[in-house]
Design a protein around this ligand. Structure first.
Ligand code: B1M
Length: 210
């Protein structure tokens, strides 16, 4: 649809209100949220990522694109996290220390809410010790770790080791995700599952609480 192209383009140019409004219009038109994400929002964000990498876009502009993404996701939230009757359990979602990226984490959190999980979002750039404390306090079934930088990925292994040291590794299942994360890396650090995207992350979470 023409609107999907406008969403991608609006995201690229940081048109925050327009991206939010177009997303709402497509939801009202009855479009599948997955299609809005893939063909509109992710398509735009892919171009942002490439331009950022090639120094054709800079941090202030990328931040506007991220804000436009957030505006769209707020519109998608009610559709993605529609009350589910089942009570799947509790998930803590967090971006590890040193890392400020939160779009993928938020999306995965919304989908998990849609699958019936109670999601506790700890936000971004959280210290390993704070994450361990929160796991002790909330006793979630699942801990979801997100990292978007090759430099912060090792923090995910650090969290798993800290859970072991605290004697609570076997009380929580750990799912790891984020663009640079791989299945091999997840196995290497002893995670219970790797989520290449938000919907597979949600499937893995449901499998792990079975
Ligand atoms: Co950053 N950034 N960034 N950035 N940024 C990347 C990640 C980068 C690949 C861009 C590039 O160079 N091409 C690059 C990383 C290179 C590397 O490490 N290999 C990079 C860099 C270098 C940086 C800075 C260092 C730049 C600088 O300062 N010089 C800096 C670091 C800041 C920090 O974190 N300390 C920085 C800053 C930023 C902004 C703040 C400007 C902004 C983030 C704003 C925000 O998140 N609120 C930003 C953005 C937006 C990006 C790109 C363009 C887009 C990321 C994104 O949101 N994608 C990104 C380029 C790219 O990824 N191609 C880039 C959309 C999102 C839906 O995808 O997060 O991958 P993603 O989530 C996916 C899956 O990974 C998965 O599900 C989602 C899809 O369904 N997933 C999970 C993720 N977490 C999950 C958790 C789960 C399950 C699934 O459960 C546990």
């Amino acid at each position: 649809s023409e609107k999907l192209g406008k969403i991608a383009d609006g995201l690229l140019h940081g048109k925050i209100d327009e991206v939010g409004e177009l997303t709402q219009e497509l939801i009202n038109d009855g479009m599948d949220p997955e299609e809005i994400l893939q063909k509109g929002l992710f398509a735009g964000m892919d171009i942002v990522g490439k331009k950022f990498r090639d120094c054709e876009m800079f941090i202030p502009e990328v931040l506007r694109s991220a804000k436009a993404m957030h505006a769209a996701m707020e519109k998608l939230r009610p559709v993605l996290s529609e009350e589910s009757s089942s009570k799947a359990g509790t998930v803590i979602m967090v971006t590890v220390q040193g890392d400020l990226h939160d779009i993928g984490k938020n999306l995965a959190g919304m989908m998990m809410e849609g699958a019936g999980f109670n999601v506790i979002d700890m936000g971004i750039d959280r210290k390993t010790e704070d994450i361990v404390e929160m796991v002790k306090k909330e006793k979630p079934q699942i801990l979801g770790l997100s990292a978007l930088l090759t430099t912060t990925m090792p923090k995910m292994g650090e969290v798993i080791n800290a859970l072991k040291e605290a004697g609570i590794r076997d009380q929580v299942k750990v799912i790891v995700g984020g663009a640079p994360v791989t299945d091999d890396f997840a196995q290497e650090i002893g995670a219970d599952a790797y989520a290449p995207n938000a919907s597979i992350g949600t499937e893995k979470a449901l499998e792990l609480v079975k």
